[in-house]
Design a protein around this ligand. Structure first.
Ligand code: AMP
Length: 323
């Protein structure tokens, strides 16, 4: 397998600016190994921490209540994430989600989704948010994802989107509308099946790509991820981990690492996306090692570099000839 990563340059760079939309939330998480009550979470938070290991020109748009700790926003700012696009609503509560993982840690049930500030949220992008070169529409109401797109002055070079079953259940038509404008869709296998109505992921990918996205990434938890583009299918395993503590945010961390790498290099070719899948997987592998985004906050370049090498050695095979 050749994916062409020859240098491990984790120096931050800002080849293309990256705008991120995603929830900034509180989560209650139950896994077979423990429970964490009302900890920091949200797709926008995981994405930003993940992408900040590659890139330091990230702008985050979201909404919170006055219950969200300022110190968490300051920590993001210190990582090069501009949080001036996060609207703070006095007297309201931040988005809250509670989920419980099954024994295999690959599947979970949503126990509670309290939209709170997300109800009636209509984003207003600050002036300096309106011309990003890359856009990651993280998990959010599809109507809000569309609103962000509408407020941009120019179309970004790459638009990626993540969503989940919750929005497919209540806003499928809006989601299909926004998908028409998306280049890369990043979802998990269950979501791909729900969106397409197809069990076979190959058929699902064909159906979904007809909805708009040229590229489709299907995440399969501990079983890796698939990248579909035209008739090509590329497979990336996940690192077999000794400790999986809390998978929450793994999908968002994957998307953040993936887009952070693409924005850092400015290369949005198919080959570059294959490499981005490595960095997305490496970043997600750290996320699951602790509750919340804690591991993503701790790691540094040398940790990422070491795990990237470990990761590549998983696929260290040269096929000379197939008989
Ligand atoms: P992931 O495990 O990558 O799917 O992401 C989990 C994060 O998504 C949690 O931190 C939640 O706060 C957030 N989340 C859960 N449900 C939703 C939703 N319906 N819309 C947006 N974000 C959500």
């Amino acid at each position: 397998m050749v994916i062409g990563i020859s240098t491990f340059d984790f120096q931050l760079s800002t080849f293309m600016s990256l705008l991120v939309l995603g929830t900034v939330a509180f989560d209650t998480i139950e896994t077979p190994f423990g429970k964490a009550d009302r900890i920091i979470g949200g797709a926008g938070v995981y994405i930003s921490w993940a992408a900040s290991h590659f890139h330091n020109d990230i702008k985050l748009v979201s909404v919170i209540g006055d219950d969200y700790p300022q110190a968490e926003l300051d920590a993001l700012t210190a990582r090069g994430v501009d949080v001036s696009g996060i609207e703070k609503r006095a007297g309201e509560k931040s988005f809250f989600w509670a989920g419980k993982y099954h024994m295999d840690m690959n599947s979970r049930d949503t126990l509670i989704t309290e939209l709170n500030v997300l109800e009636n949220y209509s984003p207003v992008l600050p002036e300096d948010y309106r011309s990003p070169e890359m856009l990651l529409l993280g998990n959010f109401a599809p109507a809000v994802q569309m609103e962000v797109l509408k407020q941009l002055k120019t179309r970004p070079k790459l638009v990626a989107l993540d969503t989940m079953n919750f929005w497919m259940d209540i806003a499928m038509d809006d989601l299909k509308e926004v998908l028409k404008q998306v280049d890369v869709l990043i979802i998990n296998d269950e979501e791909a099946r729900q969106l397409s109505g197809q069990y076979s992921l190959v058929k699902a990918a064909r159906t979904i790509r007809e909805m708009g996205p040229k590229y489709l990434v299907i995440k399969k938890g501990e079983h890796g991820a698939l990248l579909f583009y035209n008739e090509h299918v590329f497979f990336m395993p996940a690192l077999p981990l000794e400790e999986v503590f809390d998978p929450t945010g793994a999908g968002d961390s994957f998307a953040g690492g993936f887009m952070g790498y693409l924005a850092k290099t400015g290369d949005i070719s198919h080959e570059s996306m294959k490499r981005a899948l490595v960095y997305g997987s490496v970043t997600a592998s750290y996320c699951v090692e602790a509750f919340g985004p804690n591991r993503l906050k701790e790691i540094d370049d040398s940790a990422l570099r070491a795990r990237t090498l470990e990761f590549l050695s998983l696929m260290d095979v040269t096929v000379e000839e197939i008989r």
